[in-house]
Design a protein around this ligand. Structure first.
Ligand code: S3P
Length: 443
């Protein structure tokens, strides 16, 4: 694995070959958390062995789960059953992972125990109030927190109460935190989401035997979980992460002559907004070998270099591609005309303020753009590059600009590649195996 902080990418020849993107981060977190809530042993194949997931694995271990690696990417989780968590001996440190900490706070909130949650400086700047508000309604108490930021000391409810919670922001993390709190709460926990968000928690709860009722609700969904189920262990096979596959996908589209196959990609409709958008832009993306595995649709994607054109990306598509805007900006920078993206407010509270970080990086690379409060317009054309981009401890900003460098006139350098390990540890090696030219700072 390349450990260098400064990485550069430069104009590359055609990308050719096959790549299996790392396993899905959302499903990997949930398999460890829900595996710990089962009675007995869950097997996980293709677990994402990246830093975010390892933080969740350590946390589940500290809460009483027995988590073991049996072979590369093969793990077992011996669960403690619903309500069976034990108080951890020390703080739970989630590093860079917003999903890990928010889902885990939800799980803990309905247990009569006090836990201190910490994270790195990026995670400590992100809002936790969106989770803490519904968890307080359920009966948990925040004993200590700096304005709804980490570190947070949370005292779980002794007598948790089911609530009906309408999400004020389209967030699968908030939805999942409330549902996970519902596991050890008697009665029915209800979450209403005005816009559908990724549904892996609901699917996996059902897979493990919980009673989950999902109904349409004014264009969104009403999800009801019956509390205190006995969850039965199973075998989870984690597919490739569409949010990570997005990087080689766009790389192949913008690098002339490329012809790449991305295997095993999860095609859950709550995650495929980028594929839809890239196709509208003229991207040659074919799905083959579509199949069902572990409750999810997966397929292989054939990608050929394409002449892209700018499009309008509507606000209501944002939840289905929320992590993909950095790499969409790269596609837009290489497309003819303008790409207008709306409904991007949530990008301001990701691993970095992604809207500001992308705007600053595009400016440094000579790409025309206009940044609004919650929207962005990118004007495509030849990309000068030749800049060093600040990544603000954000893996997706880092990878996006390394991909831009593959199609720009001059190399693009990023100030810090270390965070790439949170989701895509072998990014440089796997991209270079396709023919990309990414390495230590160019001279
Ligand atoms: C995730 C939900 C999204 C996404 C994150 C993973 C999840 O966050 O950005 O990378 O696994 O539930 P929000 O729920 O805050 O939109």
């Amino acid at each position: 694995m390349v450990k260098t902080q400064h990485l550069s990418s430069r104009n590359s020849g055609p990308l050719r070959g096959q790549l299996r993107a790392p396993s899905d981060k959302s499903i990997s977190h949930r398999s460890l958390i829900l595996g710990t809530s089962c009675v007995g042993e869950t097997r996980i194949s293709n677990l994402l062995e990246a830093e975010d997931i390892m933080a969740t694995a350590r946390a589940m271990q500290a809460l009483g789960g027995q988590i073991d690696q049996t072979a590369k990417c093969e793990w077992t989780v011996r669960g403690v059953g619903t309500g069976g968590l034990s108080t951890p001996a020390s703080d739970l440190d989630f590093g860079n992972s917003g999903t890990g900490v928010r889902l885990c706070m939800g799980l803990v909130a309905s247990h009569n125990m006090t836990v201190r949650f910490t994270g790195d400086s990026s995670l400590s700047g992100r809002p936790m109030g969106r989770i803490l508000t519904p968890l307080a309604d359920i009966g948990a108490t925040v004993l200590d927190s700096d304005d709804g930021r980490l570190p947070v000391t949370l005292k779980g409810a002794r007598d948790p109460m089911p609530i009906s919670y309408t999400l004020p922001v389209a967030s699968a993390q908030v939805k999942s935190a409330v549902l996970l709190a519902g596991l050890n709460t008697p009665g029915i926990m209800t979450v209403i989401e005005p816009v559908p968000t990724r549904d892996h928690t609901e699917r996996m709860l059902e897979f493990f035997g919980a009673e989950v009722k999902i109904e349409p609700d004014n264009g969104g969904r009403r999800i009801q979980l019956t509390g205190q189920p006995e969850l039965n262990p199973g075998h989870i096979i984690v597919p490739a992460d569409p949010s990570s596959a997005a990087f080689p996908m766009v790389a192949a589209l913008i690098t002339p002559g490329s012809d790449v196959v991305l295997s095993d990609v999860m095609l859950n409709p709550t995650r495929t907004g980028l594929i839809m958008t890239l196709r509208e832009m003229g991207g040659d993306i074919t799905i083959v070998n579509e199949r069902e595995a572990g409750g999810e649709t997966i397929g292989d994607l054939k990608i050929k270099a394409s002449a892209l054109k700018g499009v309008d990306v509507p606000a209501n598509r944002a939840p289905s591609m929320i992590d993909e805007y950095p790499i969409l900006c790269v596609a837009a920078a290489c497309a003819a005309g303008q790409t207008r993206m709306a409904g991007l407010g949530e990008l301001r509270v990701k691993e970095s303020d992604r809207l500001a970080a992308m705007a600053a990086g595009l400016k440094a690379c000579g790409v025309g753009h206009l940044e609004g409060e919650d929207n962005l317009i990118v004007t495509g054309g030849p990309v000068p590059g030749g800049a060093t981009v600040k990544t603000h401890m954000d893996h997706r900003i880092a990878m996006a600009f390394l991909i831009l460098g593959l199609a720009s006139e001059n190399p693009v350098t990023i100030d810090d590649g270390s965070m790439i390990a949170t989701s895509f540890p072998a990014f440089v090696e796997q991209m270079n195996a396709l023919g990309a030219n990414i390495g230590q700072q160019a001279n």
